[in-house]
Design a binder for this molecule. Sequence first.
Ligand code: FES
Length: 159
Amino acid sequence: MNLHFASPDVGARTLEIVNEMKALEGPLLPILHEVQAEFGYIPQEALPVIARALNLSRAEVHGVVTFYHDYRDHPTGRHVLKLCRAEACQSMGGMALEDKVKKLLGIDFHQTTLDGAVTLEPVYCLGLCSTAPAAMLDGEVHGRLDDTAIAELVAGVRL
Ligand code: FES
């Protein structure tokens, strides 16, 4: 997993990204995607740069960042664990699994463990409904999770 950290160059790098992509049709989402790929999240300092270039208000850009689950407005931990909260997984014990993971990590969704090891995020269907409940760890999907499997997954990222 690549870790990205915001630097004093956030504004300058964001402006480069914006200039490369602002001619696209509907440029806001691809620009946000690229900024997140660059920094690992969407730094606050990037918002006014994007807003100014696209003739939007900062609040409008912030609204889009918070509306879409895939955008993060804070840095993540070294690992990102996404638990599926959609219907098939919920019907196969996803809620109990969610409670167990939160207890094991001591955090809620959208939070990162104090040691910076894991960020927990919800996701709404990973396309693994037939092997529910499912999760994704650092981009790798895991299905048919039970108490033991999820505990092993969590233990692996806390090392
Ligand atoms: S509902 Fe969870 S993977 Fe589809």
